[in-house]
Design a protein around this ligand. Sequence first.
Ligand code: MF3
Ligand code: CO
Length: 267
Amino acid sequence: MMIHKTEAEVALMKEAATLVSKTLTEVAQVLKPGMTTLQIDKICGDFVKDHKAIPSFYNYRGYPFNVCASVNDVVVHGFPNNIALKEGDIVSVDMGVILNGWHGDHAYTFILGEVSAEILQLVKVTKESLYKGIEKAITNNRVGDIAFAIQEHTERKHGYGVVRELVGHGLGRSLHEDPQVPNYGKRGTGPKLKENLVLAIEPMINLGSREVYTEDDGWTVKTRDGKVSVHFEHDVCVKRNQALILSDYSIIEAAEKANPNLNTSYY
Ligand code: MF3
Ligand code: CO
């Protein structure tokens, strides 16, 4: 069942999504080689609790951390750990909060220092594909239009692997609501989009093959071929002419640009 929000509810969801953006901005300010993903987890958890919100991933189906920190060949759901990040790593930080009963859930991939041109291009194209999907999140389109746009840009245009096993989703009072939002599919298929449906759109794109596996911890999803994967996620509200993006990359990007340890040369 798809749950359409009222204008007032959308405003509350924007607050939740923006709190996630502010949390990821904190990360963008301090991230550097030598830091561990457990330190990121603590920064994010503390920041959210200081803002009268709850880190929503913690204990979700037994998930044992505040954030997912997915480094290099980890696609999503990476456990924070005490391994120091190093120059040349890429890390997707995925964070969820509950604020006043409403969920925010979004993610951003950071690049530490110098990486190959092909990794820079993958990060660029994955972020672009997210916006191409968002462009289709308008009234009377279908979920398949979003899915097709993402797949078109990443798989067909650039030959990347689009992960099939994990998908975007509706968002609201629950972290995962209907509909599922795959990053692959056919135009004009799937559920029809109506105004004020809120979606978490989240392309997970592999440099190499699309094949992934889950580690024995039951969570960590990795690429089969060991090549890197990139993940970006926005919370968006379906509108008549243009989707309203509830989360905010502009503050994350400003902090990332100001941090000399992060590579922003692709945009
Ligand atoms: N953005 C991911 C999702 O929507 C994060 C979920 S992690 C979990 O599925 F731990 F909460 F499951
Ligand atoms: Co999500």
